[in-house]
Design a protein around this ligand. Structure first.
Ligand code: 9YW
Length: 415
């Protein structure tokens, strides 16, 4: 609770003071899920402030910038110059997006205090914006033509330096070649061995600049990074199931959303890798499945009609992810040669993905495992000052501390 208060800025909450001085999209959704227990109104405002930064095409931006803090994070408002792009909102934002967890959060926030939600017209106002957001994914992001949304930057997965992106990123030019170094204000707040490398940042910046220079229009046939991510799409399918509930709460029709969730679940099927026992990302440019097991490939477990649930549960419980004996769920296969217990999304356990798997286990009736994993998340969060991520084997904390979503999701699991 104290962390959520301390990280508050205007109507939203910063992921962490110092390292992340703006508003991030999926962070706000997780934050609202925790905040609803202490202040349903603040939880509504958290989501409303993000929805207020929606673009005319429906996208919800990865980051909403605070201009006062533009020196403290890169790439910031001066890099994106969103005000020059038609259809951008009044506030400066990034042009990229993050995983679509917002409808699930809005539903949870509404249910936390339905009277307050109705009094403020929260759900009625959120509904058209959430519809437009999902509409953007459907109409602008199906770059592979298979009914799945593509991401155009590793940042859009929310799992920036996941090993799933190593293959596709290797074909992306590095802006450092022949140019100046990349700005790394993040390294003022975190150990370089726990963050993405300069080589990765050089490619991240190339992709972001190219996307910006094409006015973030999604129609750039030459864009060098176009991937179907199983987590992004599973979260979208789950968000459609939440939208079915939202529609029903507003007296509307749930059927189209349920149908879309089923279609998305079916469209994920070709991403399943029997060899890994997980879903895997596909590079749309080459058609290749990335042969790495990451936590992203387990998140389809959230979906009720998933044909591969038994295989995914076996993988989660097996040596790659060690549910029950690992501290929380690792972000990358513990048995892989590239597993790194301290570096960001290349091994450490994160509260967001662990919390999502607690929900998935609950939904599948694995109640005891869900409870034990949730208790582990809380214990680790409280013990280490709400660390950004932890070593999955011995629990050593890494990244920044007083990290908002760790605090918010630990709070949610307490109640
Ligand atoms: C960055 C804010 C964000 C999260 C992402 C996480 C990280 C931003 O922090 O990305 O600068 O690297 O990977 O999921 O939303 O907490």
């Amino acid at each position: 609770m104290e962390v959520l208060l301390r990280n508050r800025a205007a109507l939203h909450t910063l992921p962490a003071t110092g390292l992340y001085p703006h508003q991030w999209s999926w962070d706000s959704a997780f934050t609202a899920i925790g905040l609803r227990h202490v202040s349903p109104r603040r939880a509504q405002q958290e989501l409303e402030s993000l929805l207020g930064a929606q673009w005319a095409d429906g996208r919800l931006p990865q980051i909403v910038f605070d201009r006062q803090r533009d020196e403290d994070y890169s790439p910031g408002a001066a890099f994106w110059r969103s005000e020059e792009i038609p259809g951008s909102p009044a506030v400066p934002t990034a042009g990229l997006v993050q995983p679509p967890v917002h409808a699930r959060a809005a539903l949870a926030v509404h249910r936390a205090d339905e009277a307050e939600s109705r009094r403020r017209g929260f759900l009625e106002r959120a509904h058209p914006r959430l519809l437009a957001w999902h509409g953007y994914l459907r109409t602008r992001r199906d770059r592979g033509g298979r009914g799945l949304a593509s991401i155009v930057h590793p940042w859009e997965s929310g799992m920036d330096n996941s090993p799933a992106w190593d293959g596709p990123l290797s074909r992306v030019p590095d802006v450092r070649a022949g140019g100046p170094g990349v700005p790394r204000p993040d390294l003022r707040h975190a150990d370089p061995s726990e963050r993405p490398s300069n080589a990765e940042y050089g490619r991240y910046l190339h992709l972001a600049a190219r996307y910006r220079d094409h006015r973030c229009d999604d129609a750039d046939a030459g864009h060098e990074f176009v991937c179907e991510d199983p987590a992004f799409n599973a979260l979208w399918a789950d968000a459609e199931l939440a939208m079915a509930e939202v529609a029903a709460a507003l007296g509307g029709d749930r059927a189209p959303h349920e149908a879309r969730a089923r279609e998305l679940t079916a469209a994920l099927e070709p991403l399943f890798s029997p060899a890994l026992g997980t879903y895997a990302a596909r590079d749309v440019r080459t058609g290749e499945l990335q042969r790495v097991a990451t936590v992203a490939g387990l998140l389809p477990l959230l979906l009720p009609h998933l044909p591969r649930a038994a295989e995914l549960l076996a993988t989660l419980r097996g040596p790659r992810f060690r549910l029950g004996t690992a501290v929380m769920v690792p972000s990358h296969d513990l048995t892989a040669a590239g597993f790194d217990r301290a570096r960001y999304w290349r091994g450490p356990s994160w509260s967001s993905t662990t919390w999502l798997l607690v929900q998935a286990l609950r939904g599948r009736g694995a109640v005891a495992e869900a409870r034990a994993l949730g208790a582990q998340l809380r214990r680790s969060a409280l013990q280490h000052g709400f660390a950004e991520y932890v070593d999955p084997i011995d629990g050593t904390p890494h990244g920044t501390r007083a990290f908002t979503w760790t605090a918010a999701l630990a709070l949610d699991l307490e109640l």
